[in-house]
Design a protein around this ligand. Sequence first.
Ligand code: ZN
Length: 401
Amino acid sequence: MRKGTAGMLAACLALAAFPGNNGRAESERQAEAAAYAFGEALMEEAAEESSLFDETGEPPDPAAETEPGAAPASAVTPPEAFRLLQKGSRGDDVRALQLRLQELGYDPGTPDGIYGSGTKEAVKAFQKRNSLSADGIAGQQTQNRLYAADALGPMAPAEPTDVLAGEWPMLTNLEYPVGEGFVPADLVLMTELCDPGLIKIKYPETQAVRTAVEALVTMLEAARADGITKWQCSAAYRSYAAQEKLLNNRINSYLKRNEGWSRGRARRAALKTVAEPGASEHHLGLAFDINVPGTSAFIGTKQCTWLHANCWEYGFIVRYPEGKQDITGFTPEAWHIRYVGREHAMKMWEEDLCLEEYLAQYRPAEAEPAGDQPAPKEPDQPGAEDEEETEPEMTWEEADG
Ligand SMILES: [Zn+2]
C-alpha cells in the first residue's frame, strides 16, 4: 500500500493545451481599432488644417502627430523614465502600469501605485497573453508591450462545452488536454445538491456538472442503504487557472526544499504528482475526489471498498486504476472517480478496461473527436537528472493542495 499511495495524487490534476486567440474577440478588437484610427485620422486632418497658420505662424510639431493607422490611443501616459517594476515597487509609474492594465481589461486591483500580489498576477496574465515570459515582473520588454497600441487584452472566455453531449465519454488526459478557456456547461455548486449528512463538501465553493452530482447523490444514498456513510468530496471541477496555480505551488515548494534545483527540474518533479493545466480530468466537471472526512488514507477504508465495488452501477469509473498507469499516464488514484454514464461504466467494469482502452476498442474511428480537440501532445520526457529523486508519499490531501 505504501507503494500504491506514493504518487497517487497526480491524476486528479491534469495537463494543457494552448488554444489560439479567440478569433471573434480579436477581430472585434481589430475592427474597433481600425474604426478608432479612422476617426482619429479625420480629426487630425482637420486639426492640421486649422493649425497650419496658428498664432505663432509656426508649423505644427511633427513629433506630436500620430502615425496614420495607429491603433487607439491610450488614456494612460506611460512613465517618462523606465524603471523595473515588481512586487513591492511604489510610485506613479506603478499607478500608470495599473491603469494601463485596467484599460486593457486586466484586474490589477485598485490603482493605488503599490505593486502588490494583484498587480503581479495581472502582469503575469498580461505577459502570458502577449507571449512574454510570465514572471510577474514588469521589465523593459513587458512595459514596452504594455504601452504599445496593439497590446492584447485578456482572452474572452470560451463558450461552455456540454461535456455530456457526445455518445462517447470525453477523453481528457496528457495526450488530449483541454484548452485554456475550456469551461463545462451546467456547473452547479455541489452544496446546492448534496445533503451535508450524506457527503461533506470540503470546500463550499466546489462546483461540478449537475448530472454528475445527481448521480453521485444517488450512489451515496445507495451506500447509506448498505450502511456505508461518512463521505467527503475534496475536489470536483477545477479551472485551467486553478490547475496552473496548483502546479506552480508544487514547483515552488520543490524549489524551497531543494537548494540548487533549476525551475525546470522542479517542474519535472512536480509533474509526477500534479497534472499539467489542461490535462486534468477535473476540468470536465465530471470527476470527484472522494474520501473520508478526517482521514488522509482512503485505500483500506470500507468506503473505498464499497465505492470500487459499486460505483459502476451509478455511472462512475475509477479513472486511474492500479495496473493501468502506462495507459492512463497517471499513477493510481483510488479516490478519483469519473462520471461516464451507466452503460459505459458497466462495460468498462465487466471487461476491466480503463477509459483509454475502452475508447480505443469500441469507439468507431469516425466518432473520434476531430477539429475541436487539439492534436495529441507529446508528453514531457523526464530528464535523467530526476532519477535520483525520491518520490514523496502522496495522499488525496496533498493532491488537492
Ligand atoms: Zn482527482
